[in-house]
Design a protein. Structure first.
Length: 291
């Protein structure tokens, strides 16, 4: 499908020095990627003898579904708007790998569309999560699905494997699982904070069909979620403290730490550290409640 991107520009002197430097870097990067690709690489005829290596600008424009004028301005570091859709088209045309795509989006000033690899986070991350036992730990993908957890986490919140894969979503469990409502010492506060975090995290993917389906279903399933979601509250993640009333070991006070997995885009590691000596003493006891 061709992507229409009409030329839009302002004065060449528009923007800060940093923005101008970013545009120049973007132009140089695009030229370098264009010049390394042969017509054969993209199933184009070689045609007559070429004066310069790689693809011509008009060929990149044609394959990406944009006008030649617009793409020329882009390589001339003009001050024009570049949409995420066109960046994706350019990345496909120029045969960019994962690191190059991320670099392209960064130079264009666009958030990178994080995606979880189809084969999951990988065995190394699962081993890391397992090694954190007896501290509860889990991995979330970009949609907040639980893709890995250790025995301590399963003992704390209940084994996520008891739910079908499409329902192993942290937000869904928080608002629909009765056990989590009684487990959280301050369920309304924790749940509302979680909804605000999710809205902040999802703002980079407005219009994503999967996220819209999830929030629509949650609005139907949980009146509290619908009320708080419609409030449009947002908050970022900060290492925060949560209290749980576990039916077996009693009160647990945990500090949550979040880490990004650079080798698995979109995947975040959450680890729970004891906030006091009493919780540290009780954590090994959770093993008795693991599945």
């Amino acid at each position: 499908m061709l992507v229409s991107e009409p030329p839009r520009k302002t004065s060449d002197t528009h923007g800060t020095t940093e923005q101008q430097a970013r545009r120049r870097s973007l132009a140089a990067f695009l030229r370098s990627r264009r010049e390394r690709i042969t017509p054969r690489d993209v199933d184009l005829p070689a045609g007559p003898r070429r004066r310069t290596p790689g693809l011509r600008r008009e060929e990149v424009a044609l394959l990406s579904g944009v006008s030649v004028t617009w793409y020329t301005w882009l390589e001339q570091a003009r001050s024009i708007t570049v949409s995420r859709q066109v960046l994706e088209a350019l990345a496909r045309t120029l045969l960019l790998d994962g690191a190059e795509r991320r670099h392209l989006f960064a130079l264009a000033g666009e958030p990178y569309p994080e995606q979880v690899p189809a084969d999951g986070p990988g065995p190394a991350l699962q081993r890391l999560v397992d090694a954190l036992d007896p501290h509860p730990a889990y991995l979330l993908d970009a949609d907040w699905n639980l893709v890995a957890w250790n025995r301590a986490e399963a003992a704390l919140i209940g084994d996520p494997a008891r739910f079908p894969p499409e329902r192993r979503n942290l937000l869904w469990l928080m608002f629909t699982d009765p056990a989590l409502r009684t487990l959280a010492a301050d369920w309304p506060g924790q749940a509302r904070h979680l909804a605000a975090q999710f809205r902040s995290d999802a703002e980079r993917r407005v219009g994503d069909p999967g996220l819209e389906a999830l929030t629509d279903e949650l609005c139907e399933a949980s009146p509290e979620f619908r009320t708080w979601w419609e409030a449009h509250d947002v908050t970022g993640f900060l290492s925060n403290r949560r209290e749980f009333l576990h039916p077996g070991v009693g009160r647990l006070t945990l500090d949550y730490v979040k880490l990004a997995a650079l080798d698995a885009p979109g995947v975040k590691l959450f680890a729970c550290m004891p906030a006091d000596a009493e919780t540290a003493r009780k954590l090994p006891e959770l093993a008795a409640y693991a599945p």
